[in-house]
Ligand binder design. Structure first.
Ligand SMILES: *Cc1c(COP(=O)(O)O)cnc(C)c1O
Length: 391
């Protein structure tokens, strides 16, 4: 059966050039980057080259402002817990948004249990944080603003340059989760006045289990991992050199080809969007329609259940994701979809399509053709849909 992968925001397959670099590093650069001997230093050399590549790509002032971690989740946890612990003398208030990734939201909820206060900013119908809300939420004791660069479910890009400017002016640290943004939009930590930024390799066709955090020089942050002196004594643990080399290679590819990738994502996504809009009725496109990630299409179909749609598409070989998470036996829409304030009939029928480098026009045609019959079948079983047609 044909298989169509449209879940690139969950993870992307490793690029073959990246895989080759990882394989080579596993063989040739197996040394511990902290060892003083030649084989250790050879591995360190490769790691430092990757750091340099990534630092330059995000326009960090110095390569040493990039710290390697195990991924986006660790970077998000480190930013929030590390800043909270290091800055608690100044205050115990954190500002975030209602639609952050769980790595941010759950870390913030944990800090609430530790005695911190967190403001969760609501978002507009298009998923954007309102600058006026942010300004109103800032207090004397606010120590951190953490707002994602682009949302993983609905694709909305946040006004992070404006947020960075406000934070810097008020003397508040600004962290952004840029895991989805990396490779899809320009990221310049200096121009955007970012103090901390989380990124991850596997969302940009790199290996899984490796990521990084940009920490602006001079930022006081507590360690999350305690142990050896790795990563300038800030993140203990033997470096995942092959993973880091792969991350460096993945970013090098972005540097060379980002415009080509983005053009392809946009073309595939727009083709999918146009076919869905023209050939299906009672659909809503979620997220901001211009300020959005080029590879993301998030659609709510009235009178269908997202999970039923996902599973029906999976039976046709099509991999997508829903915004929902099964909790306590009831199908609850995700926190992101819930924050948008959708009409009840659309709330539960949300599906995310994310296209990638391997996506073809044939994939999209196959998907839309199957989608149409699946939607028709699911709606034919919905009493609410029948009622809406009879009234
Ligand atoms: C995937 C993702 C993460 C988590 O990154 P991992 O490397 O998988 O831990 C965090 N934030 C966003 C926005 C993501 O999309």
């Amino acid at each position: 059966m044909k298989e169509v992968y449209l879940d690139y925001a969950a993870t992307a397959p490793i690029d073959l050039d990246v895989k080759q670099a990882v394989d080579e590093a596993n063989e040739k650069y197996f040394g511990n980057a902290s060892s003083l001997h030649t084989i250790g230093q050879r591995a360190k050399g490769q790691m430092e080259q990757a750091r340099e590549t990534i630092a330059r790509y995000i326009n960090a002032a110095e390569a040493n402002e990039v710290y390697f971690t195990s991924g986006g989740t660790e970077s998000d946890n480190w930013a929030i817990k590390g800043i909270a612990l290091a800055q608690m003398e100044k205050g115990k208030h954190i500002i975030t948004s209602a639609i952050e990734h769980h790595a941010v939201l759950h870390a913030c909820e944990f800090m609430e249990k530790m005695g911190f206060e967190v403001t969760y900013l609501p978002v507009a119908r298009d998923g954007s944080v309102r600058i006026a809300d942010l300004k109103a939420a800032i207090r004397e004791d606010t120590i951190l603003i953490t707002i994602m660069a682009a949302n993983n479910e609905i694709g909305t890009i946040q006004p992070i340059k404006e947020i960075g400017e406000i934070a810097r002016k008020r003397g508040i640290l600004f962290h952004t989760d840029a895991v989805q943004a990396l490779g899809s939009m320009p990221l310049d930590v200096q121009a955007m006045q970012i103090d901390l930024m989380s990124i991850s390799a596997h969302k940009v066709y790199g290996p899984k289990g490796v990521g990084a955090m940009y920490i602006k020089k001079g930022t006081e942050i507590e360690n999350l991992m305690h142990g050896g002196a790795h990563e300038l004594r800030r993140r203990a643990g033997t470096n995942n050199v092959p993973g880091i080399v792969g991350f460096g290679k993945a970013v090098e590819l972005l540097k060379q080809n980002e415009a080509v990738y983005v053009a392809h994502y946009t073309q595939m996504r727009d083709y999918l969007r146009d076919r869905i809009e023209n050939e299906l009725d009672e659909v809503i496109l979620n997220g901001h329609q211009e300020k959005r990630l080029p590879n993301n299409l998030n659609v709510s179909f009235a009178y269908v259940e997202g999970e039923a749609l996902l599973l029906s598409l999976d039976m046709e070989g099509i991999c997508v994701s829903t915004g929902s998470a099964c909790s306590s036996g009831s199908l609850k829409p995700s926190h992101v979809i819930e924050a948008l304030g959708l009409d009840e009939n659309y709330l539960h029928g949300t599906v995310r399509f994310t296209v990638g480098r391997q996506t073809t026009k044939e994939d999209i045609d196959y998907t839309v053709d199957r989608l149409k019959s699946v939607i028709a079948r699911l709606r034919s079983m919905s009493p609410l849909y029948k009622d809406s047609k009879n009234s």
